[in-house]
Design a protein around this ligand. Structure first.
Ligand SMILES: [Zn+2]
Length: 262
């Protein structure tokens, strides 16, 4: 940045440490916006993997980077024994009120996805849908993946266990947590995961889907609601690409891009 004075340099060093309390605006408006903590409510289907992952995002990236990325705080919303996709959307709506809200859910065993998407579109709740499962998003940190899975997460989980040592026992004895070595294994691979998730859109069999069409940013909860097919097309899939045919795909990358992590 060009307007650095000696004092400015000090500021910049302080900010990189990521302590919100230490920050002082260099100039008034853009900087004060960057200091403000962006709060978002992210409701998820699972009770373990996704909340752990969201907590990891908070701890790893939530303080901002002192430059472009605004500090953020994700409030995970989940329930013991999980929720169906429409319950996820409803929980996001209830928890967030007028604030930013996201719904994270999977294809794997649910039938109420079109209804959940419709509810999300009506309430401007952002979607991070994965087909067949959130585990695909984890796997993409380590390797590319392709081929329709027809809703089964088995291949994805098998690959995840084989590819990443920290995930060797993932989903064994019910342990789908993302803690300790598993978190460490994900660190630094966000760009790769995002690039691989975006390339899945480009290879979507529907043909008209392209990552360049994606709208990763918030629409704003007070914007004019879109029909559900257009709302679900904000990931870069075409409006006429049915969400249940996006096999395999994951939109979790949109959350990372929206937060400025990638
Ligand atoms: Zn598509």
């Amino acid at each position: 940045m060009s307007r650095r004075t000696e004092g400015g340099k000090e500021q910049s060093v302080r900010r990189r440490r990521g302590r919100l309390d230490d920050e002082r605006p260099l100039t008034r408006r853009p900087e004060s916006r960057r200091r403000e903590v962006r709060v978002l409510y992210v409701a998820c289907e699972g009770e373990s993997t996704e909340p752990d992952y969201l907590q990891y995002l908070n701890e790893q990236f939530g303080d901002g980077d002192g430059r472009e990325r605004q500090p953020f705080r994700i409030q995970p919303v989940y329930r013991k024994n999980g929720m169906t996709p429409s319950q996820v959307v409803e929980a996001a709506r209830a928890a967030a009120a007028e604030d930013e809200a996201w719904a994270v859910f999977d294809r794997d065993r649910w039938d109420d996805i079109p209804q959940a998407v419709k509810m999300a579109a009506e309430s401007q709740i952002e979607l991070a849908f994965s087909h067949p499962s959130f585990d695909l998003w984890l796997l993409l940190h380590f390797q590319a993946f392709s081929g329709a899975q027809s809703g089964s997460s088995k291949n994805v989980v098998d690959k995840l266990r084989q590819t990443a040592d920290a995930f060797r026992d993932y989903d064994k004895r019910g342990d789908k947590s993302i803690k300790g070595p598993r978190r460490d294994a994900l660190k630094g691979l966000e760009h790769k995961a995002v690039a691989r998730a975006r390339s899945l859109i480009a290879s979507c069999p529907q043909g008209e889907c392209a990552p360049a069409r994606a709208e990763p940013d918030r629409a704003g909860r007070d914007a004019q609601p879109l029909p559900s097919n257009r709302w679900a097309a904000r990931s870069g899939h075409a409006p006429d690409c049915p969400i249940l045919r996006r096999d395999p795909s994951t939109d979790v990358w949109r959350l990372l891009v929206a937060l400025g992590i990638v």
